[in-house]
Design a protein around this ligand. Sequence first.
Ligand code: PMP
Length: 351
Amino acid sequence: MSRLRPDLVAMEGYHSAQVSVEVRLNTNESPLALPSAYLEDLSRALKTLNLNRYPDRSALELRSAIAAMEGVAAEQVYAANGSNEVIENLLLAYGGRGRRALVFEPSYALHAHLARTTATELISVERRQDLSLDSALVSQAVRDHQPDVIFLCSPNNPTGEALPGEVIEAALSSGDGLVVVDEAYVQFANSSASLMLGTPGSDRLVLLRTFSKTWALAGVRLGFCIASPGIVADLEIVTLPYHLSALTQVAGLLALGYLDDMEQRIALIVAERERITSSLASRGYTVWPSQANFILFRPSDGKGHELWERLVAHSVLVRDCSSWPRLEGCLRVTVGTPEENDKFLNALEEA
Ligand code: PMP
């Protein structure tokens, strides 16, 4: 007899295929590493750490540096081990039994997954037929369900659509729940909900960010949110003591000194994204215009899974979304280096 909580029995852990291939374009990381000067800074800094002691529990130096970059106060920044941990802690603080979280599917699977693991009631609302989201749909869903936590994702994973301010405004003004805008890919986009910080009602707005994409630090596991000081204080209640290691704190802090390199990486990825998008469209595929570092597409014959297998045979791994609800026949490709993208496009041609 399973001892697992009955509400978890039908669930699976989060996973993405880990196949050994030459070109990995399946998990939306940065294909480019941080510069060697950063690695030298980091190794120097590691020698000065007192690893026999617990780290700064409030991660104040890191949070202050992030706050300075974002133009907010340190009390408005909360950092954790990847933005996934921030999502989990938001749900521990504001979700749980008797509380409701609203998601608009298809979107980043962890919002729904963590709602379930924290025993938060999950309300899933469909996007429009073309997978887009607009204020009318969001207002209606918020009014109908009065959720405690609303997840919006901009740009949305896996469709790549960035949300205009009016959609976030609609989520804020149609109810009194927390509005979490997951901006993991925002630096690749033309708009950000950060423009709404400080506007009326924005004390319920939470912007989620990560070091895993543009900052090229997926291996470090560091993410943060920008929110009102009251929300940051609430999050501290559910945070484990010393949750953010001294290694993580220093790795993030030093990366912030390499903002220019980060911006160059973004420019390259955005240019490559446009190149891949036109190439996929010229093959007659359905392509969702993306504001992120990945592109969702459906081959013209609708046989995404077969194409995925043939790409793997050519040593190229993309994300197989073809069996996901609402994404029948679709694949998602992460933008890689120009060489990796060439290999992907050549493999497509041959496959
Ligand atoms: N949000 C979105 C929309 C994502 O796609 C991802 C990564 N797949 C995350 C959050 C998680 O990022 P992190 O590595 O910071 O936990």
